[in-house]
Write a protein that binds this ligand. Structure first.
Ligand code: G3P
Ligand code: MG
Length: 259
């Protein structure tokens, strides 16, 4: 079943990656606030599950790169984010690794970010980033939370994933939420999978788009989006190709109002 997507396409061209790219600690509320200060009205985030099933924001499977888990957790304890209950994750510092000015930033839950986006009428692309082995469950739980959190809102969040099992889980729980398949390569069968999953968009590594691929995707009634576009020449190429959305780290380079 295809997701019901409001027509016309309700999402803006420009989407701030992980909040504000590399200018603030990724996937923290501080990052989304900074992206908004640069004029962005839609954000991408990465969501996975804590051990007790709370969707929270973290890109990597492990906590090491973007939190102080190495200092806070016993060295014998797992560093996999999904191995810990949210009460433990909430104690970690997800900002100090980036810079002193962000020290103390917590790992947000998806609900924290939902409240911020809804209060400000900002739009969200939730990338379902499962802990390996939990793809289907993560899709189900993230979609269940998203459907509840955004209930009654004019524009739902766009759910995306590299993992078809995660999108299948999302569809099973909340078929009304729009889904997008993320592609870093054009693997065999991607087109049929996107169709079977009722996707409304394909989000590609930007280098993969050419005129034929855009025509194929848009000809099927899907939207063509790209990640992660940080150069002006690349953005211009995608605009000239007639693609529909650009996810960027460079909130300081691209003004969503100007382009
Ligand atoms: O959702 C687009 C993009 O974020 C996918 O790659 O690794 O940055 O999550 P990644
Ligand atoms: Mg992502």
């Amino acid at each position: 079943m295809s997701a019901a997507i409001p027509a016309p396409w309700p999402y803006p061209r420009w989407i701030a990656h992980r909040g504000a790219g590399k200018l603030a600690p990724e996937n923290t509320l501080a990052a989304f606030r900074l992206g908004a200060q640069y004029g962005y009205r839609m954000f991408e985030c990465d969501a996975k599950l804590s051990a007790d099933g709370v969707p929270f924001l973290l890109h990597d499977a492990t906590l090491d790169r973007t939190t102080n888990a190495a200092q806070r957790l016993d060295s014998t304890v797992s560093r996999t984010g999904g191995d810990h209950p949210f009460s433990t994750l909430a104690q970690l510092d997800a900002g100090a690794w980036h810079s002193r000015s962000y020290a103390g930033e917590p790992l947000p839950t998806l609900e924290h970010l939902a409240r911020y986006c809804i209060a400000n009428t900002f739009l969200l692309n939730i990338e379902i980033k499962p802990t390996p082995g939990l793809e289907e469950k993560t899709g189900r739980v993230v979609a269940e939370h998203a459907a509840r959190l955004w209930q009654g809102q004019a524009v739902p969040p766009l759910l995306s994933s590299f993992r078809p099992e995660a999108l299948a889980g999302a569809r099973a729980t909340a078929p009304q939420l729009p889904r997008a398949l993320l592609l870093d390569t054009l693997w065999d069968g991607w087109h049929g999978v996107a169709r079977e999953l009722g996707c409304v968009a394909i989000v590609c590594n930007h280098a993969l788009w050419d005129a034929a691929l855009v025509a194929q995707v848009q000809g099927d009634g899907l939207r063509a989006l790209s990640y992660t576009v940080n150069d002006e020449w690349a953005a211009q190429r995608l605009i000239d190709l007639g693609t529909d959305g650009i996810i960027t780290d460079r909130v300081d380079l691209f003004s969503p109002a100007a382009l």
